[in-house]
Design a binder for this molecule. Structure first.
Ligand code: BG6
Length: 504
């Protein structure tokens, strides 16, 4: 049995603009919803301040929708981690150089929408923003690194949210398409791999969808990003908003194929795995049903139509999907070329307990057979092989793992970072991935571990939850020099890539 990855395999790492790029007020960039989120230590401690219709200040937490008439504001004295993030904006040459030194032949990054269209609805794009990504792509190509570009990664122009109410409004399709068309026109000779949207199954609230509540009644604080049960009007709004987004993505698929020779354009989901707690039929079937809440979106984007079971999910909320003329056709005729996904962990579904979806996938009961990261995420390399098989069996289209890794606390000893815990995690996951490819026949085209250079956590806003091969000197309060230090895992991953994954 040949235990090697294909010669064409894409090895790299992944980042997102809102957590890595910084330079939030430079180069003509406009405000994104992520710029309005304070630091925190867990998801529901991150706040978005606003003034209400009477001018009174209040806040929502990450994942919630704003009351009607609210004006999001930056509050003095608060720390907003996206503003500088880990400053790729001023370090891109150094960082891409470090990626090249590790041997990357690919790098997944996201474009910041408001760097291109500061409010989202301008007629003309911001040239300075376009030039920045030209420079970034040139730097990648100079080093033989293929850029894999996410068009939308937890990114919502504040201007569009305020004026149009975000993705609940169909007009967003036009703004997204104008933005995509500008990107395709400008970068068609430099970028072949595109991802229309990051983790479409975990989007929700003002932060990612720009949504406002239907009325200004206070809702309970729901904690993690997407609870199992939504308030009916919020669920309805969310599924309709996500329909608009999927239609927009399908139009972008069409456009990309018309404009860019040899393009590959995929969708992306958080697809960490899920197990039933026991063999009780309600645990087994419950886990299956819960899994469909994520697969619903890849089913639509990969197969081109809503699966029959979608109705039962919508019925739970008395929601009826509004389709317009042409929606079914565009979904059907322009599905994604490949499925990109993140894999961090598995979780356990218990029929008697709640289960939620947050960054990194579903979160449910603890699994007594698995160790956990310091943030409580179960470590499950076999689960990665399971998910790779599950997805390939389901779609028979190429897969790309564009996020994987463990968030951990790194300490510097004599100027070095001995992150053997990270190496152990990645070694086991790459071995499992290799089994899926070489033994099980899964068509996986690339692997890009998350946060290859340290960046801010999406869920908690912390800096100390680090994923990278390269340490960035910055703390949770935004203090630090931004200096880069290679961790032990840097040298280890370099040798993995040099051996095309045969030496772990
Ligand atoms: C994924 C997101 O859900 O998980 C990333 O696409 C995120 O943006 C990653 O950073 C890890 O989650 P967290 O909360 O540890 O940053």
């Amino acid at each position: 049995m040949n235990k090697a990855f294909p010669e064409t395999f894409l090895w790299g790492g992944a980042t997102a603009a809102n957590q890595y790029e910084g330079g939030y007020a430079e180069g003509g960039r406009g405000l994104a919803a992520s710029d309005m989120i304070t630091a925190g230590s867990y998801t529901s401690s991150r706040k978005i301040y606003f003034t209400d219709a009477n001018g009174k200040m209040d806040h929502i937490t990450l994942g919630e929708s704003l009351p009607l008439g609210a004006e999001p504001i930056l509050k003095e004295g608060e720390y907003y981690p996206s503003h500088n993030a880990t400053d790729f904006y001023h370090h891109y040459k150094e960082d891409i150089g470090l990626m090249a030194e590790m041997g990357f032949n690919s790098y997944r990054l996201a474009i910041s929408w408001t760097r291109i269209f500061p409010n989202g609805d301008e007629e003309e794009p911001n040239e300075e923003g376009l030039q920045f990504y030209d420079d970034v792509f040139d730097e990648c190509l100079k080093h033989g690194i293929e850029p894999i570009v996410t068009i939308l990664h937890f990114d919502m122009p504040v201007g569009l949210a305020k004026k149009y109410g975000g993705w609940a409004n169909r007009k967003m399709i036009d703004f997204y398409l104008r933005y995509s068309e500008v990107l395709f026109t400008r970068y068609k000779s430099k970028v072949k791999y595109w991802i229309t949207v990051n983790e479409i199954n975990v989007l929700g609230g003002f932060w990612t969808l720009g949504t406002y509540k239907k009325d200004d009644a206070k809702t309970e604080n729901k904690g993690p990003i997407l609870p199992t049960k939504y308030l009916p009007e919020e669920a309805a709004g969310k599924y309709q908003a996500l329909h608009h987004l999927m239609v927009a993505c399908s139009y972008a698929n069409k456009l990309a194929h018309e404009m860019i020779p040899d393009v590959k354009i995929g969708t992306m989901l958080a697809l960490s795995g899920i197990y039933p707690n026991t063999c009780h039929p309600d645990d087994v079937f419950g886990a299956y049903l819960f899994r469909r809440r994520a697969l619903l979106f890849s089913d639509v984007m990969m197969r081109g139509y809503y699966p029959a079971y979608a109705k039962s999910i919508f019925d739970e909320y008395d929601f009826e999907l509004k389709m317009e003329d042409g929606d079914e056709e565009i979904l059907k005729n322009h599905p994604s070329d490949y499925l990109a996904f993140s894999y961090y962990r598995t979780t356990v579904y218990d029929r008697n307990s709640d289960i939620t979806t947050t960054t990194g996938g579903q979160q449910g009961q603890a699994n007594p057979y698995l160790e956990k990261t310091p943030w409580g995420w179960p470590i499950d390399a076999k689960g990665f092989r399971f998910v790779l098989n599950e997805l390939y069996d389901r779609y028979q289209k190429p897969l790309m793992c564009v996020e994987n890794g463990m968030g951990n606390i790194d300490t510097i000893e004599d100027g070095k970072i001995h992150d053997d815990y990270r190496i152990a995690y990645l070694r086991d996951h790459i071995a499992a991935m290799r089994d899926a490819v070489t033994n099980d026949g899964v068509d996986l085209i690339g692997y890009m571990p998350w946060g290859c250079i340290d960046l801010v956590s999406a869920g908690t806003g912390e800096m100390k939850k680090r994923y990278g091969f390269v340490y960035v000197d910055l703390d949770d309060a935004g203090k630090g020099t931004f200096n880069r230090i290679k961790k032990d895992s840097f040298y280890w991953y370099k040798s993995v890539i040099a051996s095309n994954g045969s030496e772990l």
